[in-house]
Design a binder for this molecule. Structure first.
Ligand SMILES: [Fe+2]
Ligand SMILES: [Fe+2]
Ligand SMILES: [Fe+2]
Length: 421
């Protein structure tokens, strides 16, 4: 189904914006400011690069930072990541400051359509003198945008005092080349600067991405989503991988790509669930469970407002529905649940069972299968899909750890499987 389905770059940017909440509020705000400033610089300098991709470079320039914080400094991440209003402090607090360009670049290596010189500029933006030509100008632009955005984080209003100090800092900077300095100073002097970095109308690009290209970006969001809790670290990626294998087995490769995207994004609504609830170490009570269940509606809202194809949204938002009507949020029944949705349902339950939870250990595959069987007997999950899953596992066709695109460095310091409710 849906041959040649594409997803617009706008959809990714819209989803990324949803992450400006809880632990990530400051981090994402900074990312958007850097993106806007660096795109403006590249236009001003007439750099021969696609300005949508320059924007993307700005958005993703420190994508490694929260992942380093979450794996190496979980307490800091939990308590402070979203509260710090000064990026300098964040960099000084732990080694993530120096390490983030390396990790960010490693993570971005999976985003193959992003031009190489842009990901290299991310790698060098703390030390642009190490590269040449266009890459050098790009890294200096990124460095400059980063400096201005960090300064902006220290001020309530982006007028007088902020402008005065930022202009001074840029002028006095020993490394930034004059061309980049001049461009930045001109942009800062425009009356519209504050508008540019905060209120400017929404990002709009005409770029359409293939499902694979979009998937490589969506995976970055999924890291941010699932790394919020040690127990969910690999959840969405596992669900996506398992769903893809099943779809390839009983449908087609194209269907595999489609459910993969839906699998990645199925729990994206959890970004709106508070850290307190997410980190609760015991079973949730009825009231908390009710709140937790709202994540599906939030997934629906985020995806349908992002501009992604409705078929992806419909698959993702039905992952807690059950064939006998006992699921949520709509209580749909078998006649309304199509095969892609059923695949995701089985994959989500299976993955959740083999993951550790704060209140129980991870189940073995045979134990998980037993539970899935009883769900099927009760008429809740699709037997044909379960059979396909069993076959895939029995044939050793699910080499899960290999398919993670988390850099080794992070993968090995994080716990093997995780929670996910
Ligand atoms: Fe930055
Ligand atoms: Fe869910
Ligand atoms: Fe899930």
């Amino acid at each position: 189904m849906n041959l040649n389905l594409t997803v617009s770059l706008n959809a990714f940017v819209n989803m990324f914006r949803e992450f400006e909440i809880h632990e990530y509020s400051f981090f994402i705000k900074h990312a958007f400011r850097v993106a806007k400033i660096v795109r403006e610089l590249s236009k001003f300098l007439s750099l021969p690069v696609d300005s949508d991709y320059v924007y993307l470079m700005g958005l993703l320039h420190q994508i490694g930072l929260p992942l380093i914080a979450a794996t190496e400094h979980p307490e800091f991440f939990r308590q402070k990541f979203g509260k710090i209003s000064d990026m300098e402090e964040l960099s000084k607090t732990f080694s993530g400051g120096e390490k983030h360009p390396i990790v960010s670049k490693q993570i971005l290596s999976s985003v193959r359509f992003l031009p190489q010189n842009l990901s290299n500029a991310i790698f060098y933006h703390r030390d642009p003198s190490k590269c040449m030509d266009l890459e050098r100008t790009l890294s200096y632009s990124l460095m400059t945008a980063d400096i201005v955005a960090r300064k902006a984080a220290m001020y309530e209003s982006l007028h007088s005092k902020f402008l005065e100090e930022t202009v001074y800092e840029i002028k006095e900077h020993k490394e930034i080349p004059d061309t980049v300095k001049d461009a930045m100073l001109k942009i800062l002097s425009r009356y519209s600067f504050a508008y540019l970095i905060d209120d400017q109308p929404r990002f709009f690009s005409e770029k359409e991405l293939t499902l694979e290209e979009f998937g490589s970006l969506a995976k970055l969001l999924v890291f941010l989503l699932d790394f919020r809790s040690t127990f969910t670290r690999n959840h969405s990626i596992l669900v996506a991988e398992v769903s893809k294998k099943i779809a390839e087995e009983i449908l087609s490769e194209e269907d595999g790509r489609l459910v993969y995207i839906a699998g990645l994004l199925h729990d994206i609504g959890k970004i709106r669930i508070s850290p307190q609830l997410l980190h609760k170490a015991s079973r949730l009570n009825e009231q908390e469970m009710f709140v937790m269940k709202t994540h599906v509606l939030e997934t629906y809202k985020i995806l349908s407002e992002s501009g992604i194809a409705p078929c992806v949204t419909n698959i993702a938002a039905a992952h807690h529905e059950r064939l006998d009507g006992s699921g949520y949020p709509l209580g749909l029944t078998a006649k309304n649940l199509m095969i892609h949705q059923r695949i995701l349902q089985v994959a989500d339950v299976f993955v959740a069972l083999i993951e550790e939870r704060p209140y129980r250990r991870a189940l073995s595959v045979p134990e998980a299968f037993e539970i899935l069987e009883s769900e099927i007997e009760r008429g809740r999950l699709d037997t044909r899909i379960f059979e396909a899953l069993k076959q895939i596992i029995n044939e050793g066709n699910l080499n899960i750890p290999e398919s993670f695109l988390i850099p080794d460095y992070i993968r090995f310091s994080s716990s093997k499987f995780s929670e996910g409710r």
